[in-house]
Ligand binder design. Sequence first.
Ligand SMILES: Cc1cc2nc3c(=O)[nH]c(=O)nc-3n(C[C@H](O)[C@H](O)[C@H](O)COP(=O)(O)OP(=O)(O)OC[C@H]3O[C@@H](n4cnc5c(N)ncnc54)[C@H](O)[C@@H]3O)c2cc1C
Length: 375
Amino acid sequence: MRTIFRDDHLMFREQVQRFISERILPRYQQWEKDGITPRSLWREAGENGLLNCSLPEPYGAGGDFGHAVVVIEELARANCLGIGFSIHSDMVAPYLDRLGTAAQKDRWLPAMARGEIIGAIAMTEPDAGSDVKAIRTRAIRDGDDFVISGQKTWITNGVNAGLVIVLASTDPDMGARGLSFFCVEEGLPGFSKGPAMLKIGQHAQDTCELFFDQVRVPADCLLGKLDAGFEYMGQEMARERLAIALRAAASAEGMLEETKNYTRERKVFGKRVIDYQNNRFVLADAKSRLTMLRVFLDDCALQLMQGTLDPVTAAIAKLNATEIQGQVLDDLLQLHGGYGYSAEYGIGRAWADARALRILGGSSEIMREIIGRSL
Ligand SMILES: Cc1cc2nc3c(=O)[nH]c(=O)nc-3n(C[C@H](O)[C@H](O)[C@H](O)COP(=O)(O)OP(=O)(O)OC[C@H]3O[C@@H](n4cnc5c(N)ncnc54)[C@H](O)[C@@H]3O)c2cc1C
């Protein structure tokens, strides 16, 4: 029994499950082929209270982080890791809510909650991923404006994004201590996007490159204080990393259920796959690891709600959850035999989609660095 959820969370979970089975699953394969989810999905999700769950109305759906956990978990359990709601709701919206002025919040958050504006956050560059201080995108003050030039890559929700929070260097001599966040709207002169990138998984996700060629934004598009970007990242990363860990765990749990069913039905040499002790042991190992993980992640979620989740614990959560997910999904795929390698079966998609989670939001090696430095 999980103890972090109240009755309203449980009712919300049923509502989210209904939304996914009626509005997402019948269309998901097509979106995988399209390389993008339609903007109409986001408006439907907004109408159903699935976006910005943990923010008060009108900035969000009026829930708390427990509601956000429900959306994260149900999408992952349904094998829809390509839907980018979490970056929008659990990263972009909280950045705006915490750092934004009243005018910035009023301008973007209600429209994000309704799914009319889709949010993205752009930190990574072709030559700067793990090493944030290597960021080259520049924002230069010019009268009442900032002028932004540079390139970002691997930006989740990039093609659909109406609002991108961009990390740029405002004081190159200061390295990581000279970075600032800016709110950049789609359609500004000089701001262009590449097509959805070709990836090995998460095909419905419109991850893309963004280009800034002397993009002029008014100074009131600076988010938070000048040169405080790195400090803000440190404060916000715990939530993002926990959200990734929760996705990883729920995805593996969903696939364990699916594989249990598959191995009960599939017969080899006259016996069901699950009747072989080796295969039962594989399932038992997966169950044991995921059960332990679940207890730790629920504790982390509780800490986040109480405002006590620290960056090292969040790094431990992300490292463990994504590494366990990767290993468990590989084992579960093996139990499907050749069908595991088929794009027609969910397990193959889950396995490929999962691979990104050990890299994005800080790679496993960076998580080990964070944990190691704390020892
Ligand atoms: C599907 C997907 C979606 C993404 N979405 C976003 C997004 O929305 N916004 C955004 O800004 N970025 C996004 N990213 C980018 C992601 O955050 C980066 O890919 C990640 O931070 C790693 O950076 P990199 O790719 O430049 O790898 P590099 O930093 O070049 O790393 C290469 C290798 O070196 C290792 N390494 C790096 N530093 C160390 C170290 N100190 N010690 C030991 N090993 C080290 C890494 O772990 C990795 O194995 C996304 C990436 C993917 C794949």
